[in-house]
Design a protein around this ligand. Sequence first.
Ligand code: URP
Ligand code: ZN
Ligand code: ZN
Length: 463
Amino acid sequence: MGILLKGGKIITAVDEYYSDIRIEGEKIVSIGRDIGKPGDEVISVEGCYLFPGGIDTHTHFDLDVGSTVTADDFSSGTRAAVVGGTTTILDYGCQNRGSTLKSALKEQHRKSEGKCYCDYGFHMGITDWNDETSKEIEDMVNSGVTSFKMYMAYKKTMQVDDGVIYKALKRCKEVGGLITFHCENGDLIETFIEEARKNNIRGPYYHPLSRPAEIEKEAIDRLIMIAEIADTPVYVVHLSSSLGLMSILEGKKRGLEIYVETCPQYLLLNDSRYGEKDSSSFEGAKYVMSPPLRKEYDQEVLWKGLSQGEIDTIGTDHCSFNYKGQKDIGKDDFSKIPNGGPGVENRMGLIYTYGVLSGKINMNEMVALTSTNAAKIFGLFPEKGTIAVGSDADIVVWDPNESFTITAKIQTQKVDYNPYEGFKQQGRAIHVLLRGNKVIYNGELVEKEPIGKYLFRKPFSGK
Ligand code: URP
Ligand code: ZN
Ligand code: ZN
C-alpha cells in the first residue's frame, strides 16, 4: 500500500510538468499516469505545485552564545521548518577553543537526537587548529559531517587566522571536506566597536556601521586568494553585499570554485531597520545579525546574482533570540546584543512570493536555490533535493491560492517577534511529506512524533 499524489504539477530544478507521484515506504517509486495500485491512499493535489522538500543550509538551533541560548531548539526549530516546507536542515555545531571537534559533534547529537521533525545534518565550526584538529577532520567526514565553518570574524571567540585557513583548506581537500566561511574582517570590527565605545555610541543604529560592506569584501578577497593558493573550493555563507558578490565574480572569472549562499534577510530587508541615528528606540536590535542588513541596491544585486546562477543557495542563518529577555542583554551596548534572527519558517514562502511571483527568479530557480543545489553541494543528492524515482519522498505540496500575513502571533518558531512581520505570503505548504510520512496535512502539523533522522552526508564532490 502506497500514497498516490494525484493531479499536481511537479517542479524540479530543471523541469515543470503535470504528473502523479506514487510513494512506497520512504521513497518515490513511480512518476507518471495510471500508476496507482489497489489499496493506495490517494491524495488529490490538483491546482498545487509539488516541490522537493526545502533544504535550509544554515541554522543555529539550541546555540549557546555565552550570554544566552537561542530561543529555538531542535524541536521548535524543525517544527517551524516543516510548517514552512523545509524537510532538511543543516545546523552548525562548533568546536570550543581548547576542545575537540569530536566533543562538539557529540554535543550536537545530544541536543538534536529524538527532537527533530525534519531530517538534519551538521556542519562543524573549527575555531582551534592543531594536529589533533587536522586528524579529526577525517573522523568528521567519516561521521557524515562533510562540511565545516571557519569564522574570519568574532575575534575573541571563533576567528581563525589566514595560515589556519590555508592549512584547513589543504586538509579538507585530502579528505573530501568543504569549508564554509563567515567573511567579515574581525580585527576591523573590533576596532570600530572600540571607536564607538570611546564616542559613547551605544544603540543598535551603530551595528551596521561597525560592520560595513567593505569588510565583507575584504575578507572575501583574502579568502579567495588563500583558496587559490591552496587550490581548494570554498563556500561563502550569508553573503550580504554587492561588493562581496563582485569579489566572488572576479574569483569565478579566474576559474575558482566558489559556492555562495545568501539569506532572505539580505534580499528583503535593509539597513533602515536599524532606525535613526540618535533614536532611543531599541527596535533595531531585532535586526542585529552578522553580517548586517545592507542597502536596497545590495538587495537588487543579490536577486540578480540568484537569477544568473552566481549564487547557489538560500539558507536562513536562523539564530533566534527573543526581543524581550535576550536581545536586551545589549540594551546599553549594541555589541552585546546577541547576533542573529529567525527565518526557517518563512524561507520558502518569502522566496516564492517575493522571488517567483515578482518575476525575479522562476520556479525552477527557486527549487535549485532552496533545495537542489544544497543537496548537491552538501552530499545529499539524489536522495534529497529532487523529485525522482528512487529519491526520498520529501515532497512539499504547495497551494498557490492560499495566502496569509506573516506575524509572530501565529508562528511556530518559538521566538517573540518575526523580522518579516506584516509581509504578505502568497502560497503555502499545504501538505508536507518527509520520507513518505505525512508531517503537515491541510496546513496542520499532524505528525506528533519527531521522526527526523540524522543525515550521514557524502564527501564533497562538487555541484
Ligand atoms: O548573526 C548571526 N549570523 N549569527 C549566527 C552566527 C553566524 O555568524 O552565522
Ligand atoms: Zn556566520
Ligand atoms: Zn550562521
